[in-house]
Design a protein around this ligand. Structure first.
Ligand code: 5GP
Length: 176
């Protein structure tokens, strides 16, 4: 275990097992369709990789990078840092996120994908903190519900560090 980690919340094995279950659910729900997996950079990268290798459908992948901020609207707004490479007109999209906290980012990105002409947008998130939600949004597929604590690892960072940890953990207090 990394010396900055206080404890492991979700192990590497638990994540792999859950990703297999989530991929099975997608394989079942999308029979006959070819969804586009859209990952939100950078946190979704390990989750996207673990998930997509278990999906047996013909899929495409794409990535967006957005920054969410609280502006005049109650659910905030997002600034697009990197847009999609391809058109999503008429596509079935599965939006892949590392964690849903307030729900601001996903609500805005989902709205944006519909504005771009997507046929359907579903959300999959590795982690969910339902107690923190301020926007009315719910993931269609969730890996794990987590308590209201700041977690790192498996894509999730603190000051851009710890994304490479193979598990989800809580940092020691002195690391903040
Ligand atoms: P939301 O728009 O749902 O409030 O924010 C989602 C984003 O906030 C996530 O993609 C992630 O970057 C960040 N975030 C929320 N909670 C945590 C956490 O516990 N740990 C880390 N590392 N990032 C978090």
């Amino acid at each position: 275990m990394h010396s900055d980690i206080k404890f492991i919340l979700i192990s590497e094995e638990e994540i792999a097992r859950r990703c297999r279950d989530l991929a099975d659910a997608i394989n079942h729900d999308y029979v006959g369709r070819q969804p586009v997996l859209v990952g939100l950079l950078k946190g979704s990268v390990p989750f996207m990789a673990e998930l997509m290798k278990r999906i047996t459908l013909n899929i495409e992948i794409d990535f967006m990078d957005v920054k969410s901020y609280v502006g005049t609207e109650s659910c905030g707004d997002v600034q697009i840092i990197k847009d999609l490479d391809s058109s999503v007109l008429g596509d079935d999209i599965i939006l892949v996120e590392d964690i849903i906290d307030t729900g601001r980012t996903l609500k805005k990105v989902r709205d944006l994908l519909y504005q771009k002409g997507a046929r359907d947008v579903k959300i999959i998130s590795l982690l969910d903190k339902p107690d923190r939600r301020v926007c009315d949004i719910k993931a269609d597929y969730v890996g794990f519900e987590v308590p209201d604590a700041f977690v790192v690892g498996f894509g999730l960072d603190f000051n851009q560090k710890y994304r490479n940890l193979p598990y989800i953990g809580v940092l020691k207090d002195e690391c903040y």
